[in-house]
Design a protein around this ligand. Structure first.
Ligand code: AMP
Ligand code: MG
Length: 421
């Protein structure tokens, strides 16, 4: 689909006003179409995959009405209103070995957890609550008709939709699928994501560092975040700040991947060629998003069809923009609903600086205080080059555009890190 024609002026030119993160996300999401190809995978390989079609249960779970406890299956009408009922035990029902007969008035059946409720019984009295003498079972008062019984279909009704298309399959879902006897499920194919770093100062691991050079860390955090997301990755290494090299990298990445992610070179420095090169290989908007760290960010589509994200080079900025902008887009492309982070209001246990009028994603550490209540503090120095702040953090502290510095004791919004880190 075509990029919006006015994008580079209305939303992106470096001189334009920054847009809110919500606007940027919304404008981006409407331009993305999920991958359509489905494949069938074994249920235990379906973890973290996106379900390609609704799964309807061919069976009820549990299949039979059964006991939730070890005890005695009785007829509710035999429960005594006062005194004790004396019931005759006529057999037993064990898990996998049901009782074949019917429970008559004044009778009971020894029953174990998970065993099928015998015909005409509707109530279980737990073994700790009875006195037993041979085949005579004495039951007192205080019981409720229907207690300790799990009804057939109480978890899943036959014909019910167990999981809907678009669901990202979690561990409990794998169990649910197994519980209905599902052997395989249809899932969307994995996204293929190519990425590279740009910058003449960057060296890959294993290379010696020359004067003024640094190790590339963004490719490593990107790889980790993409693996946690569940994408297939294609690491294209470090690309130098040279238009021809960048162009070749884009052409290769665009031909092989659904998504191309770069870091560095998206600002307006003299060696920031991404903008110029991209004009030739795709339709790209350079976006200023009103967030810190993270402005600017590039988004668009390569002529080859791949969706493109150009993240800022600073290591913290690259991680924050990945989380806030790229991750919801990857969800959409993968066929899932774009995630919305869990947000909590928590007391700041220390003061927090805020100098900008942008939305700040400060790196915080969420912990339980002596009083048992959650508190959050700054994880480390907040510079966008200080990757330690991500490493020490377990959440973002999200300070709104119009907020000033925060005093200790004030409530702040926190987004706990999830598995993508
Ligand atoms: P840039 O966005 O290219 O202007 O880079 C901004 C800052 O991030 C500079 O200090 C770069 O050296 C640094 N930087 C860029 N890319 C990386 C990377 N892949 N790993 C670590 N630092 C980087
Ligand atoms: Mg650079």
């Amino acid at each position: 689909m075509a990029m919006q024609a006015n994008q580079s002026t209305a939303t992106g030119g470096h001189r334009s006003r920054p847009q809110s993160l919500e606007d940027a996300r919304a404008r981006m999401l409407v331009q993305l179409e999920p991958v359509t190809m489905l494949e069938r995978v074994a249920v235990r390989d379906a973890l973290d995959r996106v379900l390609g079609a609704d799964v309807v249960s061919p069976v009820a779970v549990p299949a039979h009405t059964n006991s939730a406890m070890d005890g005695y299956a009785v007829r509710g009408t035999d429960l005594p209103a006062d005194g004790k009922a004396h019931l005759r035990m006529i057999g037993q029902s064990f898990a996998g070995h049901p009782f074949a007969g019917t429970v008559g008035a004044g009778e009971c059946v020894r029953i174990m957890t998970g065993a099928v409720m015998p015909r005409a019984s509707d109530t279980v009295v737990i073994q700790e609550d009875v006195e037993r003498d041979g085949d005579t079972v004495r039951i007192g008062t205080g019981h409720r008709v229907g207690q300790h019984v799990r009804q057939a279909g109480e978890d899943i009704a036959q014909g019910a939709t167990v999981l809907a298309a678009g669901r990202r399959i979690r561990v409990a879902d794998v169990g649910l699928l197994a519980s209905i006897g599902q052997v395989e499920v249809p899932v969307r194919r994995r996204l293929r994501v190519a990425f590279f770093s740009t910058g003449d100062e960057l060296r890959s691991l294993g290379e010696p560092l020359g004067e003024g050079e640094i190790y590339d860390s963004n490719r490593y955090t990107l790889y980790g975040m993409l693996r946690h997301f569940g994408a297939d990755t294609l690491d294209l290494g470090v690309v130098r700040d040279e238009p021809q090299a960048l162009r070749a990298a884009f052409e290769r990445a665009g031909a092989e991947a659904d998504v191309v992610i770069t870091s560095g070179g998206v600002s307006v420095g003299a060696a920031d060629y991404i903008r110029e090169v991209l004009a030739a290989v795709g339709e790209i908007g350079f976006w200023k998003v009103n967030m810190k760290p993270g402005k600017p960010i590039a988004f668009g589509r390569l002529h080859a069809g791949a969706t493109f994200f150009g993240l800022p080079g600073n290591p913290v900025s690259a991680m924050v923009t990945f989380h806030q902008v790229v991750l919801p887009a990857l969800d959409r492309l993968a066929g899932a609903a774009p995630r919305t982070p869990l947000a909590l209001m928590v007391r700041a246990s220390t003061a927090l600086k805020k100098g900008s009028n942008r939305r700040e994603f400060q790196r915080g550490y969420l912990e339980t205080g002596a009083d048992g209540a959650l508190g959050v503090r700054s994880a480390a120095a907040q510079g966008s080059g200080i990757l330690h702040s991500m490493s020490r953090a377990n959440c973002f502290i999200v300070l709104p555009e119009d907020s000033g510095p925060v005093e200790a004791g004030q409530m702040v919004r926190v987004e706990p890190f999830t598995e993508w880190m």
